[in-house]
Design a binder for this molecule. Structure first.
Ligand SMILES: [Zn+2]
Length: 390
C-alpha cells in the first residue's frame, strides 16, 4: 500500500520519498504525490531523481506503480510533479464536481460517468432530454458558483454513515469526501482546488446523445480561455472572408448558403437544358444504320449523371434513334441506352442479358435503361451493341 500524499495536499509539487522496490521500469515509493489514472482523472507526469515519469498506475493491491523512462536506484528519491498538468487536472476535476452538482440542483439530472481528455472533458447525464437552454442555464450557474469562491474541502468518514452524498458510494471502510460548500458532497479520490474560484471559468460546448443519454463536453480554467481564443480566431478568419465584423458572420453565412442553393438549382436547370439541346443536335448529325435509325455510340470518361440521361432521352425523342453511352473510370464501368418508340426496340430487355453476360447488372424501361459493369466488360458490351445496331 502506497501512502497517497495528494489525498491531504493536492498542492504538493515536490516531495522526498523512499524507493522501496524497483521492478523493471516500475518503481514503487513508500509515499507518493503522483496521481495514478483513476476516477476519470489522468495520471501525473514529472520526474523522480530527474528521470521522467511516463505513467502512474494504481495496482489491485493498493500500490502505486511509477513507470519511469530510465534507471532509478532504490533508496531516497527526490520527486517533482509536473505542476502545469496537475493544476489543469485539478481545475477540470473540480469543475466537473460543480457541473454535476448543478445538473442535479437545477434539473435533477444525475451524472453517470466522467471522462477527462487531453483537450476536452465530458460527463454523461442520465437523461434523454437535455435542451440547449438547460445547457446555457447550467453554464451560467456553474460560473456563478465559481465566482462565489466557495471552499472545497476534503474530509474522511465511515462509509456506513449517512453522508448526504450526491451519488451513493459502493466502497466500504473509510470514505474520502470532497465537499463544495452548500452545493456538493462526493466520494472521490481525485485532486481538487481548494476554492471554486481557482477553477476560473467553465465553458460548456458540444451536446451529444450516447446510449440514450446526454453527453456534455466542457472545458475549465486555462482550457476555457484557450478554447475561447481558438473559437474567436476561427470566427475572425470567417469574418475576413466576408470582410465583415465577426458578429455579422452567422447572418452572412446563412445568406450565402441560400444564394449558393439558388445558384446550384439554376446551374442544374441550365445544365439540363444544354444536355437536351446537345441530344437534339446530335440526332441530326448522327449516322443512320441499315434500318434508317439515328445511332450514336460513344465512350465517356467518368461517372454517369442526370445530364447524360437527359441528353440520351432528348436524342431518342427526335425520331427513330438509339443512343448508347459507355462510361469508364476508376475501375467501374456503366452503360446507358435510350431507344425511341419508333425503333420498336426495348432498351431494358436488350440490355439486361448483355449486362448479365458481361458480369454487370441493371435494367430499365423500353425507352431508357442503364447498368453497371466491370470496366473490363465494357469492350465486349460495346461490340455487342454495335453489332445489334448495325
Ligand atoms: Zn471526483
Amino acid at each position: 500500500m502506497t501512502r497517497r500524499l495528494y489525498y491531504d495536499d493536492s498542492y504538493l509539487r515536490g516531495f522526498r520519498a523512499e524507493a522501496v522496490s524497483v521492478e523493471g521500469r516500475r518503481l514503487y515509493l513508500d509515499a507518493t504525490a503522483f496521481y495514478p489514472s483513476s476516477g476519470g482523472q489522468p495520471f501525473d507526469r514529472g520526474t523522480i531523481n530527474g528521470v521522467a515519469v511516463a505513467d502512474v498506475v494504481e495496482e489491485d493491491d493498493g500500490r502505486v506503480a511509477h513507470v519511469v523512462e530510465g534507471e532509478v536506484a532504490p533508496g531516497p528519491v527526490e520527486c517533482v510533479v509536473d505542476w502545469g498538468r496537475r493544476f489543469d487536472h485539478m481545475q477540470q476535476h473540480t469543475g466537473q464536481h460543480i457541473l454535476s452538482a448543478v445538473f442535479v440542483e437545477r434539473f435533477g439530472m444525475p451524472t453517470l460517468s466522467f471522462h477527462m481528455g487531453a483537450e476536452v472533458s465530458t460527463i454523461e447525464l442520465g437523461t434523454q432530454a437535455l435542451t440547449a437552454e438547460q445547457v446555457v442555464e447550467a453554464e451560467r450557474r456553474v460560473n456563478e458558483v465559481i465566482h462565489e469562491g466557495r471552499a472545497v474541502t476534503v474530509s474522511y468518514h465511515d462509509a456506513g454513515d449517512d453522508l448526504g452524498l450526491r451519488k451513493a458510494s459502493e466502497r466500504t471502510g473509510t470514505l474520502r469526501v470532497v465537499s463544495i460548500a452548500e452545493l456538493d458532497r462526493s466520494a472521490c479520490g481525485g485532486t481538487h482546488v481548494r476554492n471554486t474560484a481557482e477553477v476560473g471559468a467553465v465553458l460548456l460546448r458540444k451536446l451529444d446523445k450516447v446510449r440514450g443519454n446526454a453527453r456534455v463536453e466542457f472545458v475549465c480554467g486555462a482550457r476555457a480561455v484557450r478554447r475561447a481564443r481558438a473559437d474567436y480566431d476561427t470566427l475572425s478568419r470567417a469574418a475576413r472572408v466576408f470582410s465583415s465584423p465577426v458578429d455579422d458572420v452567422d447572418g452572412l453565412v446563412a445568406a450565402q448558403a441560400q444564394r449558393l442553393m439558388a445558384a446550384e438549382k439554376e446551374l442544374k436547370r441550365l445544365n439540363a437544358e444544354a444536355a437536351q439541346r446537345e441530344g437534339r443536335e446530335r440526332f441530326a448529325a448522327a449516322g443512320r444504320n441499315e434500318r434508317g435509325w439515328a445511332v450514336e455510340v460513344r465512350r465517356t470518361a467518368g461517372a454517369m449523371g442526370e445530364e447524360h440521361r437527359l441528353r440520351a432521352g432528348a436524342f431518342a425523342e427526335m425520331g427513330a434513334g438509339v443512343w448508347v453511352e459507355l462510361f469508364a473510370g476508376a475501375g467501374a464501368g456503366a452503360v446507358l441506352i435510350a431507344a425511341s418508340a419508333a425503333t420498336g426496340m426495348n432498351a431494358g430487355a436488350v440490355l439486361k442479358p448483355l449486362l448479365a453476360a458481361a458480369g454487370g447488372r441493371g435494367g430499365g424501361s423500353a425507352a431508357l435503361a442503364q447498368g453497371s459493369v466491370p470496366e473490363a466488360g465494357l469492350e465486349g458490351l460495346e461490340a455487342e451493341l454495335r453489332r445489334l445496331l448495325a
